[in-house]
Design a protein around this ligand. Structure first.
Ligand code: AMP
Length: 395
């Protein structure tokens, strides 16, 4: 079986064409500047990358460009689009309607539409991707895989906000959590790596440009750091993470910002970029800090402090911890960051082996021999999860 994975943003569309059985990726790429002019970046393992300027007034032309290049004689990997068995879509917000992936039909689309107020930036773009695929491939099964779904096992005490209850009852205001497909993949791998015990307590740290942690008991999420939206939790590349809501009123009053401007500051100008004034990219921050930039160092220290605090909080919430998992760009690749994140957690039975920890981008166990808690580096593979769900539902 061969599955096309689509992750549609407002002006971009990422794709990956792969096998859900082996995880082999036949081709992947990115359509960017949709609605502006249009550019296709396409890559096939073992071949040179291809960049083409193609007019993309909407997501439909972008999907059409993807299908054309997949069957292209020179750059393609299949003879005909008949070889695409199903299409899997990453969808940001499934609200309370979706606890798992779903075959896309009219009811599913209506439910995704209903979640637009909860994911106003992403859900409309995800829907554009879905509709564009339905238009050009009307007979192929399409599946929606939600970023929120894996977190829906949280108990009420974790997902309820301490605001008037009517906002939960009438308006669906609660913690949802994101990066669910990544947390699902790495937490399942962690349970495997623990030897599939009947009971397990795992803390997953998805640390990249966006970051979130989850606490998983027996493979099910009991808490996660992101909230109603992906702005909550630990500081991120450009997102503030949790802040005192009073700051919002204070700055809006002081500078006359409207709510759009304020949210743009919290989403795009905050996080480690906001503190450092240097970059949202952790490698840039490492370099700047090494050259003596104090604010870059402060941004890194703040990130470490908050992630470490949440690791402690989740160990407390679960009454212990069998494994800590590091994944995503920073978690998989930053040796230094992993070392700092567990420094001082020896009292919890967490002890890293600095030699084993010198690893990047591959699955590894990096705890010391006498560490009670395992420390796993697990490269995430959201696309594989989407492909597997898509294949299972399409069958
Ligand atoms: P992601 O959003 O998962 O793609 O992660 C992107 C982030 O990972 C960026 O901030 C990168 O700087 C960071 N990253 C990737 N490789 C490294 C590395 N070797 N050391 C530190 N940060 C890294």
């Amino acid at each position: 079986m061969k599955v096309l994975i689509i992750n549609a943003g407002s002006s971009s569309l990422k794709y990956q064409f792969m096998s859900p059985d082996t995880g082999d990726v036949y081709a992947k790429g990115l359509c960017e500047r949709i609605g502006i002019d249009g550019r296709l970046n396409h890559s096939v393992p073992g071949r040179d990358k291809v960049v083409q300027d193609i007019a993309m007034p909407s997501h439909s032309e972008a999907i059409q460009a993807v299908l054309s290049i997949l069957v292209d004689e020179t750059n393609g990997v299949i003879k005909s689009t008949d070889e695409i068995d199903a299409v899997g879509h990453r969808v940001l917000h499934g609200g309370m309607a979706f606890t798992e992936s779903c075959l896309i039909d009219d009811a599913c689309i209506a439910a995704i539409e209903k979640c637009i107020p909860l994911g106003p930036l992403h859900n409309p773009a995800n829907l554009m991707g879905i509709r564009a695929c339905q238009a050009v491939m009307p007979n192929k099964p399409q599946v929606a895989v939600f970023d929120t779904a894996f977190h829906m096992t949280m108990p009420a005490k974790a997902y309820t906000y301490a605001i008037p209850y009517e906002y939960y009852e009438n308006d669906d205001v609660r913690r949802y959590g994101f990066h669910g497909t990544s947390h699902r993949y790495v937490s399942a791998r962690a349970v495997d790596m623990l030897g599939n015990p009947e009971h397990s307590k795992v803390i997953c740290c998805h640390l990249g440009n966006g970051s979130s942690l989850s606490a998983c008991v027996d493979g099910k999420v009991v808490d996660t750091t992101m909230g109603l939206g992906p702005l909550a939790g630990v500081p991120m590349g450009t997102r503030s993470g949790d802040i005192d809501a009073t700051i919002i009123e204070y700055l809006m009053d002081r500078y006359g910002y409207d709510i759009k401007t304020m949210m743009n500051i919290l989403n795009k100008k905050s996080g480690v970029l906001g503190i450092s004034g240097v970059s949202s990219d952790f490698r840039d921050l490492d370099n700047a800090a090494a050259e003596g930039n104090e604010r870059a160092q402060l941004a890194l220290d703040k990130f470490v402090y908050e992630v470490k605090k949440d690791i402690g909080a989740y160990a407390a919430a679960m009454g212990g911890c069998d494994a800590i998992v590091f994944t995503a760009g920073v978690g998989e690749n930053s040796i230094d960051m992993r070392e700092k994140l567990v420094e001082g957690l020896e009292y919890m039975g967490v002890k890293i082996d600095p030699v084993k920890n010198k690893t990047r981008g591959v699955e590894a166990e990096v705890q010391a021999d006498d560490s009670r808690v395992k420390i796993f580096v697990i490269p995430t593979n959201e696309e594989l999860m989407i492909a597997k769900d898509t294949a299972a539902l399409a069958k």
